[in-house]
Design a protein. Sequence first.
Lengths: 296, 318
Amino acid sequence: MTQVLDKPVQLGTPTVAERTARRRALLEWIAIHSLGVAAALFFTLPFVFVVLTSLMSDQQALTRDLVPDTWEWGNYTKVFDTPGFLTWWKNTLIYAGLGTVLTVVSSVPVAYALAKFRFRGRNLSLMLVISMMMLPPQVIIIPMYLFWAKQLDLSGTLWPLIIPMAFGDAFSIFLLRQFLMTIPNEYLDAARVDGCGELRTLLRVVLPMAKPGIAAVALFQFFYAWNDYFGPQIYASENPGAWTLSYGLESFKGAHHTDWNLTMAATVLVMAPVILVFFFAQKAFVEGVTLTGVKG
Amino acid sequence: MSTRALHTLRAKRRRSALRTVAFLSPWLIGFGVFFAYPLVSTVYFSLMKYDGFGTPVFRGLGNWAYVFEDYPLFWPALRNTLWLVLVMVTCRVVFGLGVGLLITKIRTGAGVFRTLFYLPYLAPPVAATLAFVFLLNPGTGPVNSVLDGMGLPTPGWFTDPAWSKPALTALALWGVGDLMVIFMAALLDVPKEQYEAAELDGTSAWQRFRFVTLPNISPIVMFAVVTGVIQTMQYYTQPLVAGKVASGIIGGSGQQFEPGYPDKSTLTLPQLVYNLGFQRFDYGSACVVALVLFALAMAFTTLLMRRRGGLIQAGDGP
């Protein structure tokens, strides 16, 4: 109270120093937010142009126009009517859905052991997990292809991509391990004192606390399968009935030659689900990205 | 200790070892079948002549000599990889740091900006590449229309060997969201007191960035550089799809496409494994390139994992 009474002048007329400070803050705000708007244009305009082109007529899509004269919503129906498009959707959902479930179920116990058990070779195991994670898939593709195609006769299907996910995915194991490290051991000890075995401790105590980590892993794995191009190219290319969206999308441009409008409509339809999922699960996602990088 | 106590102790140890193995079992099988076995097998095939039919014939180092001396795509691919490491990785890290800094300074609508900056990272690579081939198509693409309207030169982008890698770099910068989030987290972790102290000393904004921010986030910058290099070793879908779509040669399984359009400028090492193995049916030489790729990837991965000062610490535990 006394302080306010001591300096009543400041309320009405700010000093020169204060005025320059305020003006500088305002200029800084304007500069930063202009930069922000410029960056936002760089990140969003490609989406905008793609959507606008997807709504043009066949002829207009071949011109330099940026905005459709007539809005051809029918382009999207045409894409769905393309032979195979719905099959690609179905295959992608099977690959991504089944793959995600298998990955989570098989990776959680491994990550738990790596994070919370003491055993000889634990550091070595973790280093091997990281090595597997960093391995370009092309390095081992020749023997893997011979194994699936020649020995098990599974080429032309997506099984060579789905089955391995039942045996732990290195990236998911690593990410989950990072997350489980943050759970204090006291919780686990309390459960053990109460007579829980390790499996019960994992299911009853750890899993409920690890939900954000599991959500992040599930999202990453779902997106990985959704986006995968190399896997379907190797194993499914010979059989269009087994193509996924990411693989089929490229052939779409081939079938429609210069029809940029239909190709862009198909592109939108491949992007849209990923972006929708992101809006529903934004927090888990960003948390996951942060986890991959920082801290041990 | 009585023999009985010893006995129970041993049983207990055995039980805990069994339990560890049980929890690790999915990965132990996966490691053997999908990592160790194929790696050994790749070394074996790199010494064999094999086209997928009949039996492999021993060829010694013949495949190695072929790849290094006669295979016309190897050295261009390696040169492109070097270009991508030097230019694309550097641009991505600098831009990612810049956008990360910007997002920590934005006061109004920060959440909206963050989402907009992050979204392109999620765009499926094939879709994003198709979109960029369209946006950057030389004749009627929106980017060249705008450049032309401003009286600026209009490059051939994905159809010009000199511009195809810069075009891929633009695509990579568009998807910089992952680095942005990592840098953002690191920047927010820098102790505020250090900035306040520096400000009291009358330092400029640049000096504060150089002497407070950078030293604090340098491990994350290193992490971004090294993972960027490792990702470059795996760079496959974008250059291949861009080349295919821009060249106009696409047809799911039918037509043959020699990767690298235009003029080998988008070739990367992983594409060579596909070209040698699945287009030329020379599995032996494909395995040679695979091993070169393996050596490069592992060299940079050990950089990530070195124990002291390593970027991913493996040693700490409960």
